[in-house]
Write a new protein. Structure first.
Lengths: 240, 294
């Protein structure tokens, strides 16, 4: 059994919209974060569609993403846009997706992951595992993101029909806790693994804001929209 | 212009060994991209595609600026992540800026002031093995011109003046990238010295990046991102190589992703570049870590 405990998010700057989104299923057992890329026409609504799609059980096939992109584009009147906005809309909006839900196998979770958002497993206050990245320099590469432009998604679907979920067995851990974080915080986690416990204590919203401000000022946390979801795990068998 | 700037590299080099080309590109700290374009008479010569070199370079320039603008465009407007400049040199002497404007303008000013906007049709990949036609508005800022000699020293000196002023005004920004396009030898002296000055101009995040591309109308084998002078065909090519900056890691990675062989000492330089290489060179040279601002 897994369930959301807390969710925090902070914009990269006060005068810009936060383009991270997160969603939680009604029963609290499925969670998703999606990090909308700045180099996008309007990535917040796209990230919202992806995160909501995951917790609502969308299949994440090429066809589903295409239909989500049509929903997204229907909000804009392309012909009425000036050339630069038209060009930006045509180029697409981009977002990562990290979704977690219980797997059929007891004590395991299913993870859907595209892009550079990070899932971290903490056990007894110590960072045990991160995915997809485990080293800071891996965040310097340009990640594959999910786009409103079908052509940009081609590499994702080159060999598979839909985005595959990975199953992770949590039973080796005594008292695991999951962190779902967007890339700035993922970079921080793998850079300072000994401090992972700071994100699993009973953070208040105010303490999270202070953490973000102080780490940014110290140059340890990249200035970016920053989102943290904390999920508790009970690794005893689940009932379906 | 540059007294302060020319003193900076000493400490910048010390710092640079630790951390360079890592500054966040944002509205508060935009970076600068300056195009320096040879408009000498030989640029009227045809390339293998039938288009003149001047026509092709103008087309790539306009597409590059279009891409820069649309990369900075959100639903609520254009964000000033870049300042963009243009310097040309040829029979008409040296010119800075577009439409008689400043050598370097904000991307917002550039977006709002194309020379004209054309209606074009574009074929796009539909992501399912097919293509579809899309009507697009295509802005034009830069028209091809070709006449006279190749006053490269004068052109690069004008560029250095503009870049020196820009670095003074943006001491902590990602340093400027200068994309220099030429097809012939300088007719106003050895451009090595002014190339050295340009590369030494710097911000606290590193020295300016001077990338040189020699465009060719023949079918000679191109040299792309070399890491030594060995194999370059003549003294002119070697001069351009020495004038070119080593590529920072993230730019080398971009070149690698496009299929180019790059190594530790690879420089931002192409010789005998054909149309595909020219387009790649512009794309690689004008993507300085914008993803860091995600």
């Amino acid at each position: 059994m897994i369930s959301l405990v807390r969710a925090f998010t902070a914009p990269k700057r006060d005068d810009a919209p936060n383009e991270d989104r997160h969603a939680v299923s009604l029963d609290g057992r499925a969670c998703a974060i999606s990090d909308g890329a700045s180099v996008s026409f309007d990535s917040g609504p796209w990230a919202e569609l992806l995160a909501q799609g995951f917790v609502n059980g969308a299949p994440f096939t090429a066809a589903w993403i295409k239909s989500a992109a049509i929903t997204y584009q229907a909000a804009y009147d392309r012909d009425a846009l000036d050339w630069m906005q038209q060009g930006a809309l045509d180029r697409g909006s981009f977002a990562s997706l990290l979704g977690v839900r219980p797997a059929q196998i007891p004590g395991s979770i299913e993870v859907v992951l595209v892009g550079d958002s990070v899932l971290a497993i903490i056990d007894a206050g110590e960072l045990q595992h991160t995915m997809p990245y485990s080293r800071p320099e891996q965040f310097d590469a340009s990640p594959q993101l999910i786009s409103t432009s079908a052509a940009e998604n081609e590499p994702i679907f080159r060999e598979v029909e839909g985005i595959q979920a990975q199953v992770i067995d949590l039973t080796p851990y005594a008292c695991p806790c999951l962190l779902l974080v967007t890339d700035a915080l993922g970079h921080w986690l793998v850079s300072y693994p000994d401090r992972a416990h700071e994100l699993t204590t009973k953070l208040s919203d105010h303490e999270f804001e202070e953490f973000v401000v102080s780490e940014r000022q110290a140059g340890r946390l990249r200035r970016d929209d920053t989102t943290l979801l904390i999920m508790d795990c009970d690794v005893s068998p689940i009932s379906h | 212009m540059c007294a302060e700037q020319l003193r900076r590299p000493i400490w910048c080099r010390l710092l640079g060994a630790i951390l360079t080309y890592s500054a966040e590109i944002s509205r508060d700290h935009p970076t600068c991209i300056l195009f320096v374009v040879d408009q000498s008479g030989s640029m009227a010569d045809a390339m293998a595609t039938g288009k003149s070199k001047a026509d092709f370079v103008a087309d790539v320039m306009n597409k590059t600026i279009y891409t820069l603008v649309t990369n900075c465009t959100k639903s609520d407007g254009v964000r000033n992540y870049f300042d963009v400049g243009i310097v040309t040199y040829g029979g008409g002497g040296t010119r800075a800026g577009l439409s008689g404007g400043k050598a370097i303008s904000s991307i917002v000013d550039l977006a709002n002031n194309p020379t004209r906007v054309e209606d074009r049709t574009r074929h796009e990949d539909d992501g399912a093995g097919g293509v579809f036609e899309r009507r697009v508005k295509f802005p034009v800022w830069f028209d091809p011109t070709a006449s006279g000699g190749t006053p490269m020293c004068a052109g690069l000196t004008t560029a250095a003046e503009a870049i020196g002023d820009w670095c003074d005004a943006h001491p902590n920004s990602y340093p400027p990238t200068i994309i220099h396009v030429t097809d012939g030898e300088s007719t106003d002296g050895d451009a090595s010295n002014v190339g050295d000055i340009l590369r030494q101009l710097s911000t606290s995040d590193g020295e300016c990046l001077l990338f040189n591309i020699h465009v060719s109308g023949d079918n000679s084998e191109p040299t792309t991102f070399p890491s030594s002078e060995a194999g370059l065909p003549n003294a002119y090519a070697r001069t351009l190589y020495r004038m070119s900056s080593p590529m920072p890691d993230h730019i080398r990675r971009l070149a690698g992703e496009k299929g180019y062989t790059v190594g530790d000492g690879s420089r931002g330089f192409m010789f005998n570049a054909d149309p595909r290489h020219i387009a790649d060179f512009f794309d690689i040279g004008t993507r300085p870590r914008l993803t860091a601002d995600r």
